[in-house]
Design a protein around this ligand. Structure first.
Ligand code: ACO
Length: 442
């Protein structure tokens, strides 16, 4: 259970669910388990054994896949806590590196712990030169997520010295390596797409300043990182660092539950994140703005969104869990306006269009009645765009941030001695048993 100060608080199960099979009259009681906060869960582990049935819940709409102490979301109230700390406080007072430490270790670091952790991450920023050469095998217009997921999976071929998943020290080294190297891998993917020389990391810069340096510096001239750009990026990374059992995190857990090496598990997470219903949404927001073109076309576009036959969605709006507002969107909206004011929305009419679309949709009954609010990715794409980060790199930036959460969840699972391979069951609706027909008679 999550800690509050030094004490562990556990709410004891207070009720059970009685289940009666109406066909056989067989009864059983299913225990209800309570977390620190949030809804109780019905423990159905004995259901199949006692009643020979499975539960059916496509999309995990009502299923808790695991117990976890890392992140808490209340979708109705718009609450997001990392290890108990509200996202608003972390966004205002913390840094991505401190948040990564918190997610991995469960507590905020003291000064010495933070300095040690920062130094560990800085020391691991370079990637093996052979790994770097692998980028040349990709076509220049390969999607960076394809490169990142491929290179992350390939890391398992490089670090045999520390890949025993049952060794806590090996797991710690892995955590430092992957968090440190993701910006370097991302920047290498970007430079490869431009045909520019790779820029080596600078360990005297902080995490986000170094990332921007590797993205934008070229060997032939000096490059100064804009402090507001580094600050905006740090905020985005904090907001995206974890989000409990989302699709990519669940993918990392499922892949990792087989005992696969952690690089393979994180690579699976990168691939899951790529989809437009998940991490690809911020890229899709910009594509959508481009397709709308100008503000006059907004009503026509929204009419299409409301027409179910069109299959068009207002990208960056709606969320599986947040049905009130996305607290991350509230925080990032402010930064978005700050960045646009400094970096100039005038150069980019799409950004102005985004602001107008948000304003109109928030007053529209279709979205109000369905509780569809802008999610974090409505604004993140606009900020990335204002920072000069190309659209195809947006999801990669998300992956850099979410790596901290993925690793924390993978660690939590692997260090639990009772973890099991994830193996869902199904409701089979295919043909019943039938006999093979010879091809001459088909
Ligand atoms: N635009 C238009 N209508 C929408 C949208 C949208 N963005 N999102 C939901 N709806 C409508 C649905 O059509 C449905 O309407 P109905 O009741 O009339 O049939 C209703 O709202 C409920 O929608 P569901 O699809 O059931 O909601 P679900 O929780 O499954 O979907 C999702 C959540 C996938 C995020 C969805 O809102 C969506 O596709 N949004 C756009 C993509 C996006 O921004 N994704 C980023 C999520 S945040 C992240 O990953 C960091």
């Amino acid at each position: 259970m999550p800690a509050t100060g030094a004490a562990w608080i556990v709410r004891m199960p207070s009720k059970t669910f009685e289940l009666v099979d109406s066909a056989t009259g067989k009864k059983s009681s299913l225990p209800v388990r309570s977390g620190t906060i949030g809804p109780d869960v019905l423990d159905i582990a004995t259901l199949n054994r006692d009643h020979d049935v499975f539960t059916f819940d496509p999309g995990f709409m009502a299923t808790a896949s695991t117990e976890s102490r890392i992140t808490y979301i209340d979708g109705d109230k718009g609450v997001l806590l990392y290890r108990g700390y509200p996202i608003e406080q972390l966004a205002e007072k913390s840094s991505f590196i401190e948040v990564a430490y918190l997610l991995l270790n469960g507590e905020l670091p003291d000064k010495k712990q933070l300095a040690e952790f920062t130094a560990n991450i800085s020391r691991h920023t370079m990637i093996n030169e052979s790994l770097l050469r692998m980028f040349n095998g990709f076509h220049f217009n390969a999607h960076p997520m394809a490169m990142v997921s491929g290179i992350v999976a390939s890391m398992s071929a490089f670090y045999h010295d520390s890949m025993d998943i049952n060794n806590p020290r090996h797991r710690e080294i892995f955590a430092h390596r992957i968090i440190a190297k993701l910006p370097t891998i991302s920047a290498a993917a970007y430079k490869h797409s431009l045909g520019q020389p790779f820029v080596y990391p600078r360990n005297d810069l902080d995490y986000c300043a170094n990332l921007l340096h590797m993205f934008y510096a070229v060997p032939c001239e000096p490059y100064d990182v804009d402090p507001l750009a580094a600050q905006a990026l740090d905020l985005l990374l904090i907001l995206h660092a974890d989000h409990e059992q989302n699709a990519s995190t669940s993918t990392v857990r499922l892949a990792g539950s087989t005992g696969a090496n952690p690089y393979a598990a994180i690579s699976a997470g990168v691939s899951a994140l790529w989809g437009p219903a998940h991490g690809g949404a911020n890229e899709a927001v910009l594509e959508m703005l481009e397709s709308i073109g100008t503000a006059d076309n907004i009503p026509k576009f929204l009419a299409k969104v409301k027409d179910k036959a069109s299959n068009v969605r207002l990208m960056g709006f709606g969320h599986r869990v947040y049905k009130n507002f996305d607290p991350r969107a509230k925080i990032i909206r402010e930064m978005c306006h700050k960045v646009l004011a400094k970096m100039g929305r005038g150069d980019n009419p799409l950004l102005e269009l985004g602001e107008r679309l948000e304003e109109i949709a928030l007053k529209d009954d279709y979205f109000i009645s369905r509780k569809l609010y802008p999610n974090v990715d409505f604004y993140s794409g606009i900020i990335y765009s204002a920072l000069g980060i190309p659209r195809s790199m947006f999801t990669v930036m998300f992956a850099v941030a979410r790596t901290a959460g993925w690793v924390a969840h993978w660690q939590e699972m692997i260090s639990d001695p009772s973890y099991k391979i994830g193996r869902p069951r199904q409701l089979y609706t295919g043909p019943a048993r039938r006999e093979y027909t010879d091809i001459a008679r088909r």
